[in-house]
Write a protein that binds this ligand. Structure first.
Ligand code: HAM
Length: 417
């Protein structure tokens, strides 16, 4: 026998039952986002590699080691999209969306690709629902987006949700703060853990996450980015918070919140769920006021988020989703009735009846059992001469008619019921 082939590591098949749960999630997202003015967008599954190198940032883990990059037949370097914000900003510029009323509000449900270590809740192909509002720096945009994501997570029943919030200010302010923090850490080097000391140059912010008692004591007195925001950034953040308070969206200020993408400015946030293990991030995002310009467009502010479909499915209490109900099962009284029965099934489907037909060569008894299993409302048992027995499985009644009358009869009964 030929060896079996399995789905690649970090990927999964979405089987029909799970697909129904995901369709219900998509439906909820649409119901929440479209009325708030967000229109659906789809961008290609792959883009020129430079988009992510420039957009997401050369120094990020994503660009350094997680991208699926390949050369196509024409020798171009292409990359399977690892995230959606840079592609949408590219589309905003490419289609001249700055000429539309601002902000342009878009949402998406798409698959993304990252070469990460696969584990529960972390995959190499995963799906995100995302929303982006491009073209306004009004703090109400940030608050609106955060509130919409909170509503979505609530509507789908994600358990133990927490929202962490911070502001990164401007890139220049952030660079200055980083230096300030580095010199503070160096001045207190002797009290830090080896790990933190070794990472002062690379990632000084990580020191805020440390468990080491000496490091924690040092960090309690450390300068904080939020305290060193420029006045207009601090004002922007205060307004975002005031609106979240007004909307009664709970959040915690997290001084050490860092996101894995370089494009963020000002507001950043992350939703976690206690129902998830190590990969507790259920959604996150923030403002990216420099990204559109970095991609060759006019200076344009933007803000958005993305939430992981698989993480939502893991963190939400299982909600049973029923399969589509079956109106009619078309059975064969004898094999020679195949063509006549096929005609009945086709006519029924054209009339929008949910119709299954016998396709497995079952005995009549086997066919009736199958109709039962599907919980079909009607079974039509068709003979070669067209004589048909129509059973109403709900009422327990039965009648004889011609094959051509079956659909009309069901529609008429339905109209009366
Ligand atoms: P992100 O934090 O990299 O942000 O991803 C957002 C969400 O996608 C995560 O919170 C998580 O739920 C899910 N996710 C990420 N990686 C994986 C994975 N390997 N397997 C399963 N789920 C995953 C972004 O992607 C930004 N584009 C969000 C954004 C939009 N910022 C502004 N606008």
């Amino acid at each position: 026998v030929a060896p079996k082939i399995q789905a690649p590591r970090g990927t999964f098949d979405v089987l029909p039952e799970e697909a129904r749960g995901r369709a219900a999630l998509e439906h909820l997202a649409r119901e929440i986002l479209e009325p708030a003015g967000y229109g659906r967008i789809e961008t290609p599954a792959f883009e020129v590699t430079e988009l992510f190198a420039r957009g997401v940032g050369e120094s990020t883990d994503i660009v350094q080691k997680e991208m699926y990059t390949f050369e196509d037949g024409g020798g171009r370097s292409l990359t399977l999209r690892p995230e959606g914000t840079a592609p949408i900003c590219r589309a905003y510029v490419e289609h001249g969306m700055h000429k539309q009323p601002q902000p342009v509000k878009l949402w998406y449900l798409s698959s993304f690709f990252r070469y990460e270590r696969a584990q529960a809740g972390r995959y190499r192909q995963f799906w995100q629902i995302g929303a982006e509002a491009i073209g306004s720096d009004d703090p109400a945009v940030d608050a609106e987006l955060i509130t919409l994501l909170a509503s979505l997570l609530d509507a789908v029943g994600v358990e133990g949700v927490r929202l962490r919030l911070s502001s990164l200010g401007s890139p220049a302010g952030r660079a200055a703060y980083r230096e300030q923090l580095q010199s503070y850490l160096r001045a207190n080097e002797d009290q830090l853990s080896d790990e933190v000391r070794n990472r002062i140059d690379l990632n000084p912010l990580r020191a805020f996450d440390a468990d080491h008692p000496g490091t924690r004591a040092v960090m309690e007195r450390a300068p904080r980015l939020l305290d060193s925001l420029a006045p207009d950034d601090a004002e922007h953040f205060a307004e975002v918070r005031a609106m979240l308070d007004e909307a009664q969206v709970d959040y915690e200020i997290d001084h050490s919140l860092v996101r894995g993408l370089d494009y963020y400015t000002r507001t950043v946030f992350e939703f976690t769920s206690d129902a998830l293990g190590a990969q507790s991030g259920v959604g996150g995002g923030g403002r990216y006021d420099g990204l559109v310009e970095q991609l060759g467009g006019p200076p344009t502010p933007g803000c958005g988020w993305a939430t992981g479909v698989e993480r939502i499915r893991l963190a939400a209490a299982a909600q049973p989703t029923a399969p589509t109900p079956v109106d009619l099962y078309v059975a064969l009284a004898e094999p020679a009735a195949r063509a006549t029965a096929f005609g009945v099934a086709t006519e029924a489907r054209r009339a929008r009846l949910a119709t299954h037909q016998e396709l497995a060569g079952r005995s009549v008894k086997g066919q009736l059992r199958q109709a039962d299993r599907l919980r079909a409302r009607y079974v039509a048992i068709v003979a070669a001469d067209g004589t048909t027995t129509l059973r109403d499985l709900a009422q327990g009644t039965e009648e004889e008619l011609a094959a051509g009358e079956v659909v009309v009869r069901i529609l008429r009964e339905r109209g009366m019921g």
